[in-house]
Structure formats: structure tokens, C-alpha cells
Ligand binder design. Structure first.
Ligand SMILES: Cc1cc2nc3c(=O)[nH]c(=O)nc-3n(C[C@H](O)[C@H](O)[C@H](O)COP(=O)(O)O)c2cc1C
Ligand code: SF4
Ligand code: SF4
Length: 525
């Protein structure tokens, strides 16, 4: 395959794709690009997800029909690796896997070291609970990631790439395998790509699904054939990474952005998003929101717009209480700060992070102490155990949180948590431990009164902590006896047509009475 042949294939494939899309009628054309129809997509700007649900992921021709591999072709024939790196630096594309480190700077660093071998790794581990953006890109548009990797390979002088993908994503694995095969058949991967002297091959490595394996050094340990545990960083990965060779690790979404930057130019890319965080970010919008799903929006869009204009607001018309961003390394943002623009700097300023894009909407019935406990529970399970502050510290902190949610916590326990948080963050070896306390510290910062209500008044203001709540029958009761008949503990007394009463000492808090009461007389308090 040559660049001319690629162009011919594009011209041949485009009308076929257009015909199919016309028949399916789920897209419209805007500025020469296909976009998905519907209110949900109106406020979105899709760059990383540009082809998802539009092209058939099994078809390399459909990817090529929408300019696929033209960026790679153009640079192999017209650009030097230095020019590619400069373009990336100018674009200021920042890593979408969590830390937001500029991809161009990472590539420039790997470029400058002389080595017989260099590597490009695509991090497709995606371990954050609730996150599925990388998986959607791999399943819906695998070639964009392969092209991004080949461009990175050309830029830094690597001829080998690895995609580290979790085995729990079998469809993503299947699509990637097919896509690699197709790209090789078409001469877009392998030796002498597009008739040039550039060689680049990609292999898959399947991970067993441990969250810590997404951490760069653990991921490399795993690819090298050892247990995926973080290693002490003596050198930067760009200098000595995989098998001690210069290596670039980028996230799936980061790599999917790369080809478009070369197709449409730096000015176009920087025209989207904010000065310091250009482009878009894909979020997994979940929780108590009406339209849950993946959303890709320009950086800088206020949280409120994402939750209300795209997500449709809170389900069951309850009041919104907070939004948790950044998964287990992130934090809770209270409703007063809902107008915060979502970008790397603004979120960090208010004690949260963008992370890989988890966004959980919480309403008035969610207990913030319990939310902190949920994320810490995840971290405790996923800690690799290599270092004490993370292995032991997170466990002790979880015990304190459990004490608080079960009504046995004291005010001193809150101070203990704060002190533990400091030690765990500063003394842990890797990012997992260093950020493990974030969900706790941010909820303590914004929702301290909820912690205090649990320890001082032995109440859960949200009515979520089982141990602290009481079922109570109000004077709305019409004496229909339904609650008493459905109570498994037989602890409701009352005559027909008279107000009923719950014996709270015998109540097992199953909630049956509240769900069967026809007039909403049973409340949690
Ligand atoms: C515990 C832990 C888990 C991580 N998991 C992932 C992951 O699943 N995917 C990912 O791209 N980055 C993950 N990261 C971040 C990576 O270490 C690394 O920063 C990232 O892959 C770099 O790519 P980027 O610059 O394109 O974001 C994780 C970090 C930590 C500390
Ligand atoms: S901080 Fe936690 S996950 Fe990271 S190396 Fe230490 S024990 Fe393992
Ligand atoms: S919560 Fe369950 S056990 Fe308690 S009063 Fe209601 S029905 Fe009975």
C-alpha cells in the first residue's frame, strides 16, 4: 500500500459508507463530518469518540473512508520525527489517563535518548470502577488507537508497540486483534509501512484486571512477565522503561486524539477547550442522573452543564448533592461548586481531579461518609501490598469509616482519619496509595457536618446508613394495616383505621413497611 493507494481506497470507501449511513439514518452531516443525531449529542464535541457508533469497527475501509491512516501517511512522507513531536508539543494534548501530562513533552523526552530499541505502550487497563470510555473507543474505533500508536512510534523512533488491555474486555480484545491483522494486510503496520522504511508492529498483552496494573511501572513489570507491582522509579519511563529501554506510555483516549490533530491541525485542536487544557474529555456520567452514559465535551464546560444539559438532571427529580470525579483517586464536588469548569486545573483547585473521567452524580439520599467508604473499600482491595502506608494505612482508615457509618465512631476518629490520610499520601510508593485518601479528605472538607452528625448525633442525615436509621410511621397513617402484615419481624402494632407504631428495638430495617405503605406514611429518619 502506498499513500496514493490509500487515497484511492478512501475515495472508493467514502460513498459506500455514506450510503449505509443514509439508510441507517442515525447520523447527520455537519461541516463535512458525520455526527450522531439526538439531543444527547447536541452539546457534545466528539474527537476521541468521533467514529464510535458511526463506522463499523470491524471495517478498516470505513475507518479509511473517514480519513483514517492519512495522518500517518502524510507524516511518513512529509514530516521528520522532530516535526511530529513539535506539532504534538504545540497542540498541548495532555494525557487523558489521569495525570494530564503533556503527550508531546513525553514523546520529546523519549526521542532524545539513543537506543537500539524503543517502545510505545497503550495503557488500556481501565480499572476505575464505573469507567468505560477506553473500552468504548477500543470496541468502537480500534484503528484510531493503532494509528495513534504508529504515529508515536515514528516520532520517538520505536518499532514495537504493546497494548496492555484487560482480559475482562473480550470484545475489545477481539476487535483489536482483527484491526491489527487488517492493518498488517494493508501495509499500515508491520514492515515498510506505506512503502517507506518505517517499521512498526503492535502486540497485545492481556492483564488479569488488577487496578494497580494500570500504574505505569506495574504495567511494565506485568508485560515483562512478572507480577504487576509498582517499582521504585529511578529513571523516567521515557529514558528507561520497558526492559530498561526508552518507552512512551499513553492512554487509549490520548492516542485516539493523535491522528485528528494531524488531520485537522493544531489551531483547530487548540480552538476547542481551554488555553491550558485544549481539546475534549470523555466522561462516564453515572449515578443518579437521568441520561447516564459516555459524554465527550470540550474542556472547560461547567459541571452543571454536563449534568443537567446533557445528563438531563437528577433522576426522580431529587435534589443534587454532589458530583464525584476522578474515581478512587478523585474527590467529591459539592453542589455549590457545580459551576466549576471541568479541566485539569480547575478541578485540582477544588480538591478533586479529572482522573480518567469517572463522574458520579449523587443526590440527597446519598451519604457522603458512605461514598468515601465505598471508594476506600475498593482501594483496600486493590492495594498490591508492597508498601506499609498503603497496605496497612488504607485498611485502618477503612475501619474508622466503617465505625462511623455503623454509629460507633467518635470525634477523635475523624482526627485519626485526617492524620492517617497525610501519612498514606506522603509515604506510599505509587499513585494508588498516594491518592487513596482523596475521596476521604475531600468529603471531610466539604461535608464535615455529615461526619459529625454520624459521630455526635448518631444520625445519618441522608438516611442511607442502615445502622443509624430508624423507620417511623407519621400521622399520615390511615391504619390500612398493610405495613404490619408485611413486616417480617412482626414489630408493627396498631388497630384498623388507627395510626400504627413501630417497635424500633425489634425492627430489622428491611424497609418493607415503607415500600408497601399506600400513603407514604412510613419515613426513614
Ligand atoms: C493505580 C493507578 C492506576 C492507573 N490506571 C490507569 C489506567 O487504567 N489507564 C491509564 O491510561 N492510566 C492509568 N494510570 C495512569 C498511568 O500510570 C499513566 O499515567 C498513563 O497511562 C499515562 O498515559 P497518559 O499520559 O496518556 O494519560 C493509573 C495510575 C495509577 C497510579
Ligand atoms: S502504594 Fe499501594 S499499590 Fe502502590 S506500591 Fe504501595 S502498596 Fe502497592
Ligand atoms: S423496616 Fe421492616 S422490620 Fe422494620 S418495621 Fe418496617 S417492615 Fe418491620
Amino acid at each position: 500500500m502506498t499513500l496514493e493507494k490509500l487515497q484511492e481506497l478512501k475515495e472508493k470507501s467514502r460513498p459506500v459508507l455514506e450510503e449505509r449511513l443514509k439508510e441507517e439514518d442515525n447520523t447527520e452531516v455537519k461541516d463535512g463530518n458525520f455526527i450522531l443525531k439526538g439531543d444527547y449529542y447536541r452539546k457534545q464535541t466528539r474527537i476521541a469518540l468521533r467514529n464510535c457508533e458511526i463506522i463499523r469497527p470491524e471495517s478498516i475501509e470505513e475507518y479509511i473512508a473517514l480519513d483514517g491512516y492519512t495522518a500517518l501517511g502524510k507524516m511518513l512522507t512529509e514530516m521528520k520525527p522532530e516535526d511530529v513531536i513539535n506539532t504534538m508539543v504545540e497542540s498541548n494534548l495532555r494525557g487523558r489517563g489521569g495525570a494530564g501530562f503533556p503527550a508531546g513533552r513525553k514523546w520529546a523526552e523519549a526521542f532524545k535518548y539513543d537506543s537500539d530499541k524503543k517502545y510505545v505502550i497503550c495503557n488500556a487497563d481501565e480499572g476505575d470502577p464505573g469507567a468505560f470510555m477506553d473500552r468504548s473507543i477500543l470496541e468502537g474505533d480500534p484503528h484510531s488507537v493503532l494509528e495513534g500508536m504508529a504515529i508515536a512510534g515514528y516520532a520517538i523512533g520505536a518499532d514495537q508497540g504493546f497494548i496492555y488491555v484487560r482480559a475482562e474486555y473480550p470484545l475489545a480484545v477481539k476487535r483489536l486483534k482483527e484491526a491489527i491483522e487488517q492493518a498488517k494486510e494493508y501495509g499500515l503496520l508491520g514492515n515498510n509501512i506505506l512503502g517507506t522504511d518505517f517499521n512498526f508492529d503492535i502486540e497485545l498483552r492481556l492483564g488479569a484486571g488488577a487496578f494497580v496494573c494500570g500504574e505505569g511501572t506495574a504495567l511494565m513489570e506485568s508485560i515483562e512477565g512478572r507480577r504487576g507491582m509498582p517499582r521504585t522509579k529511578i529513571y523516567r519511563t521515557a529514558q528507561k522503561g520497558l526492559w530498561q529501554k526508552p518507552t512512551v506510555i499513553n492512554n487509549v483516549e490520548t492516542l485516539a486524539n493523535v491522528p485528528v490533530i494531524f488531520q485537522r491541525g493544531v489551531d483547530w485542536f487548540r480552538g476547542i477547550g481551554t488555553e491550558k487544557s485544549p481539546g475534549t474529555k470523555v466522561f462516564a456520567l453515572v449515578g443518579k442522573v437521568k441520561n447516564a452514559g459516555l459524554v465527550e465535551v470540550p474542556m472547560g464546560m461547567p459541571l452543571r452543564e454536563i449534568v443537567f444539559d446533557i445528563g438531563g438532571g437528577v433522576a426522580d427529580d431529587k435534589a443534587i448533592k454532589a458530583v464525584q470525579t476522578g474515581g478512587p483517586s478523585g474527590g467529591c464536588i459539592p453542589v455549590e461548586l457545580l459551576d466549576t469548569p471541568v479541566d485539569f486545573e480547575s478541578l485540582a483547585k477544588i480538591g478533586s481531579i479529572m482522573g480518567s473521567g469517572g463522574m458520579v452524580v449523587m443526590d440527597e439520599t446519598d451519604c457522603m461518609v458512605d461514598i468515601a467508604r465505598f471508594f476506600l473499600d475498593f482501594t483496600v482491595d486493590e492495594s498490591c501490598g508492597k508498601c506499609v502506608p498503603c497496605r496497612e494505612g488504607t485498611k485502618r482508615m477503612l475501619e474508622l469509616l466503617q465505625k462511623v457509618t455503623s454509629g460507633e465512631g467518635t470525634i477523635e476518629d475523624i482526627a485519626r482519619m485526617e492524620s492517617l490520610a497525610e501519612t498514606i499520601s506522603s509515604a506510599s510508593l505509587c499513585g494508588l496509595g498516594q491518592t487513596a485518601a482523596n475521596p476521604v479528605t475531600s468529603t471531610l472538607h466539604y461535608f464535615r457536618e455529615e461526619f459529625e452528625a454520624h459521630v455526635k448525633d448518631k444520625k445519618c442525615p441522608a438516611g442511607a446508613c442502615q445502622a443509624l436509621l430508624e423507620y417511623y410511621i407519621t400521622d399520615k397513617c390511615i391504619g390500612c394495616t398493610k405495613c404490619a402484615r408485611n413486616c417480617p419481624a412482626s414489630c408493627i402494632d396498631g388497630k384498623v383505621k388507627e395510626r400504627h407504631i413501630i417497635d424500633i428495638d425489634r425492627c430489622i430495617k428491611c424497609g418493607n413497611c415503607a415500600s408497601v405503605c399506600p400513603v407514604g406514611a412510613v419515613i426513614k429518619r
